[in-house]
Design a protein around this ligand. Structure first.
Ligand SMILES: Nc1ncnc2c1ncn2[C@@H]1O[C@H](COP(=O)(O)OP(=O)(O)OP(=O)(O)O)[C@@H](O)[C@H]1O
Ligand SMILES: [Mg+2]
Length: 417
């Protein structure tokens, strides 16, 4: 239905005041209509635009083909509506991105100017900025996700490797355990093999010495030498046997503690009296500071004896001539403590973590090595730990060493079989 004049004015007015950018131009590019919305978006008033050429507008497209005139020519050429996004530099120099719909139109009144184009455009700058931001965020998220996936893969790889390594460690531990048991067993066997014929050697030497009065003085001296050497080997083999048996029993969980109540102070006194000769030989000064009264301890007496003997034996062996041995004891909060100190050669700091290892000895200069095979402290540590106690050492080379043992006063239960 054709529009009556009044209706046309109404439509025109509505278009003019539309919020969207609306412009109409004829085929030569002369602007016939320029809405308020177009002014708001592009900063060119209808007065400055109408009757002007599209190409003369102060609008600079950033991309080729973003010009209103070119868009119109294209739409006219294809005789169809076109959608184009164009970024233009406006009269104030600011950039604005618009989405333009260009539609070829036919003017009824003037057949000369019968062809032209109607543009409807929207400012999409902020939308574009939002899109760009969104894209940036998506990119960031994608990179983050890729990195996360990468890290997760690396993590899984590490977990697999860790599980593999753990398995290796378990296997290695089992192998070491088996090897240790073999060594303990072998040491036990060797000691037994040595001890039985040795018992014969010592026994028969004694028999000859005491039973045959006709033997010469010289032969008697040889017999004494055989006996002394035999006893020395016997005590060495016996110690190796003791340590191996103890270790094997600890390993297999069959260790038996035989706790009894005794006075540690009195016991220390007894043990020290066994060392009188070596102490005198080395002209050592023994300082005994055991505190007053008995020091009651509930523990395996034989084993505690080995602890005291080994520490005192070391304090003598690694002391300098005319040095000092200090043996102290006391009690505190349900624990008893024992300290054996000396003023001997001391232990280098780097050796301290290893001196409790079985068969480990600090290497001394040639000809200075004290006799021993490195099992005393290992035995001491095993016994102390079996009694749920601790042993620590302080030492300075050239100044001396102090071994400090702490034991619970009571063994709460009879452990082992
Ligand atoms: N009081 C000490 N002063 C200096 N070094 C010590 C002392 N006690 C132990 N050591 C060092 O620690 C090592 C291990 O001591 P451990 O008692 O286990 O063995 P050992 O005395 O060499 O031999 P064993 O006790 O079997 O006869 C010793 O070889 C020695 O180097
Ligand atoms: Mg020793």
């Amino acid at each position: 239905m054709p529009l009556i004049a009044n209706q046309k004015d109404l439509v025109c007015s509505a278009l003019l005041h539309s919020n969207d950018g609306i412009a109409v131009a004829d085929a030569e590019g002369t602007i016939l209509l320029w809405s308020r919305g177009a002014e708001r978006i592009l900063g060119i008033s209808p007065d400055d635009a109408v009757n002007q050429k599209l190409l003369s507008l102060p609008l600079e497209p950033l991309e080729e083909g973003g010009n209103f005139f070119f868009i119109m020519e294209k739409a006219l050429a294809v005789k169809n509506s076109m959608d184009v996004v164009s970024t233009l530099k406006g009269p104030g120099g600011s950039l604005v991105t618009i989405a333009i719909n260009a539609t070829p139109v036919q003017f009824e009144e003037d057949p000369e100017k019968s062809r032209g184009c109607a543009f409807v455009f929207k400012d999409i700058s902020s939308m574009q900025k939002r899109e760009a931001k969104l894209e940036k965020n998506i990119n960031f998220l994608e990179t983050y996700l890729a990195k996360f996936n990468e890290a997760q893969m690396a993590n899984m790889k590490m977990m697999r490797e860790l599980a593999f390594k753990r398995k290796e460690v378990v296997e290695l531990n089992a192998a070491l355990h088996a090897l240790n048991q073999n060594i303990c067993g072998a040491l036990e066997d060797i000691s037994h093999e040595i001890l039985s014929p040795l018992a014969n050697i010592i026994g028969y030497s004694n028999l000859i010495k005491s039973g045959d009065e006709s033997i010469s003085e010289e032969s008697r001296e040889f017999l004494d030498l055989i006996l002394r050497s035999g006893v020395k080997i016997q005590s060495l083999a016996q110690r190796v046997l003791d340590v191996s048996k103890l270790e094997a029993a600890i390993e297999s969980g069959t260790i038996a503690l035989n706790p009894c109540q005794f006075d540690l102070n009195g016991f220390i006194g007894e043990i020290l009296s066994d060392f009188q000769i070596p102490i005198a030989e080395k002209k050592l000064q023994a300082v005994i500071n055991l505190g007053k009264g008995p020091l009651t301890l509930n523990a395996d007496m034989v084993m505690i004896g080995q602890v005291v003997s080994n520490l005192v034996s070391n304090a003598i062996k690694y002391n300098s001539k005319e040095g000092k041995i200090i043996v102290e004891s006391g009690e505190e909060d349900g624990f008893v403590w024992l300290r054996v100190s000396d003023t001997g050669i001391g232990i280098p700091e780097e050796e301290l973590p290893r001196i409790f290892d079985r068969f480990h000895r600090v290497r001394q200069g040639k000809g200075q090595a004290a006799p021993g095979i490195g099992i005393g402290l290992n035995l001491v540590k095993s016994i102390v730990e079996l009694h749920k106690g601790t042993i620590t050492v302080n030492s300075r080379p050239g100044e001396g060493s102090a071994f400090h043992v702490i034991l619970p006063r009571e063994q709460l239960e009879r452990r082992g079989l």
